[in-house]
Every structure is written in structure tokens, then in C-alpha cells.
Design a protein around this ligand. Sequence first.
Ligand code: NAD
Ligand code: MG
Length: 329
Amino acid sequence: MIYDHDADLSLLDGKTVAILGYGSQGHAHALNLKDSGVDVVVGLREGSTSVECARSEGLAVESVAEAASLGDVVMVLLPDEKQAEVWGAEIRDGIAPGNLLMFAHGFSIHYDLVDPGPEVDIGLVAPKGPGHLVRRQFVEGNGVPGLAAVHQDATGHARELVLAYARGIGCTRAGVIETSFREETETDLFGEQAVLCGGVTELVRAGYETLVEAGYDPRLAYFECLHELKLIVDLIYEKGITGMRYSVSNTAEYGDVTRGDRVISEPTRQAMRDILADIQSGDFAREWVAENQAGQENFQRLREVGKNHQVEREGRELRSMMDWIDTEF
Ligand code: NAD
Ligand code: MG
């Protein structure tokens, strides 16, 4: 593990760091680096609603092309599916030999969607948490842990500079693991598909539908299969699975240890292996690139279907009565 004392922030002295994009990760990286004393310029599209927002926080804002050219270190925090197009049109010409090109997810480099040539350093700092937490934890004096990697070391100094960046955004306060672009990309995609997003969503909906189909009150099914999930996950996060099992009743724990592997059984484990194989072969990446080239038609349709599921309609109504929860969706 890499901590603050293993990373030298002063390596960024006299350098300009360009942050391209001001979304979830972009705003957090830009503001944390600025608070760490680093010279930051944010690159945004003309007419972007974030321009005013970034300026009001005291950040310098330029076009994407201008920021890419000003930056000695250039961090690409655009949506993964836009990076290849913006790279060709606005970033590539601004990257000089010896610059450090950085990413927060290895997708574009690992799947060869962006090719920076042999003369630049290519690095990665991927905070293991959403951008708003990267900012909030930093302001509170803490940090979100992260992954760091070097894909190409043209200058011989890429690793030290990548670690300095990780320190500048607060990741080395919590701990940074050194890895490769391949490992970061494949594990990140697997986690979100099989467990964190895809797996959990389908588990919740399957449980909810089972109760509703059996005639139980849909509101009760919502509380049981969705609302309470957070309370259980918080316990697992704080105390591990053993600690969670300690907190629930013995009846719940007995049901857990005797029934869980009937739900997640061999066919599900095989599906997980197949999903991982699609990620490793590049099939998933090719599918996602093709989906974007086709205008995201299928993706937008599936997004709408998900939004209109009964558990979502039920949930919107129930959450609207809980005024301590932000009810935007
Ligand atoms: P985001 O969608 O929140 O923000 C993207 C930003 O890029 C926005 O400011 C948007 O206006 C801008 N943008 C979009 N298209 C553009 C274009 N054509 N030209 C110029 N600007 C454009 O994205 P994000 O979630 O912060 O993701 C950025 C990177 O960070 C991705 O590589 C992602 O995988 C990675 N990452 C994200 C998270 C997360 O929690 N969201 C966590 C770890 C890593
Ligand atoms: Mg992730």
C-alpha cells in the first residue's frame, strides 16, 4: 500500500495539471488538487453549464483543446464512451512528448480506443468511490482509497508523478494499491456488472417480484427487498459479513447460511465466469463501442424499461414521504 509518506507532492510544483471534464470525478479532482496547492486548469466544452460553476470555485477554465495543450499532466475525466472521439478531435494535438496523460479508468487505453504514441507517459489514478465522496472526504481531512498504474513510462519518472497526483486528490490518505491498466479495467467492469450494479439490481427486483407475485403488499416488498438492503450493506461495510451476522437475529443468520447458496448457485457462478470472459476477450468493450456508434438506442430503451418497473414507481412514492432522503429520481 502507498500512503502519504510514499508520495512526493512537490513533484507537481511548477507543473500545470489539466482536468478535462467537470462531472462526478472532474470537479473532485480539480478542487482537491487546487486545495493541495497544485496549478490546475479545467478543460470544458464551449457553452458547458459547468463553466460558471468551476470559475465560481476559483478555477481557471479553458476549452478542452487549450487545457490539453497547457497541461504538463492531462487527466481525462470525460465519459469513457466519449474519450476516443474527443481525444482525436481536441486532445491529441495538445499532448507534447514527455507529458503525463492520465485516466481514472483504464478502459480507453486497455481496449486500444486511444493511442497516445510512444513519447508520453500514461498513468492511472482511479479513486474507489464516486466523485462527490472524493471531494467530501478530502474536505473533511480524509480520503477515498484508490488504484494507481503506469501503462507507459517514456520519461522514467511516470510512477512518482502518478503517485504525487494520487496524493494531491487525497487517495494516499486512505491507501493506494499499485496495479495495471488491465487489472483495474477488468475488475472494475466485472464488479459493476456482476455484483455492484447488475447483480444487486436483479437480486432486488427478483426478490420484490417473488413477494408481489405471491400476493404480498408491494410496499412491504419494497421495504423488505430494497430499503433494508442499505442497513445490511452498512453493517457488512463496517464489520464484514461476520459482523453483520452477529447483528441480525439467529433466525436470520440460520436462514442466511442455509439458503444463500440456493439463490446464488452454480448457474449464477457460471454466469459470472462468462461475464468475466466477455470482459477479458474485449467482447463487452466492442459491444459498448458499437452501441454508442448506433446512437445508444438499445441502452436508452433499457434505461426507460428499468425506470418504469413497479419497484421504482412504488419506491418513488414511498421515498417522497421520507424527507431526509433526496428524492430526485
Ligand atoms: P461524468 O459523466 O460525471 O462527467 C463527464 C464530464 O465530461 C462532464 O463534465 C461532461 O460535461 C463532460 N463531457 C461530456 N462529453 C464531452 C465532450 N464531448 N467534450 C467535452 N466534455 C464533455 O463522468 P465521470 O463519472 O466523472 O467519469 C469520468 C471518468 O472517471 C471515466 O473514465 C470513469 O470511468 C471514471 N470513474 C468514474 C467514477 C465515478 O464515480 N463516476 C469512479 C471511478 C472512475
Ligand atoms: Mg468502478
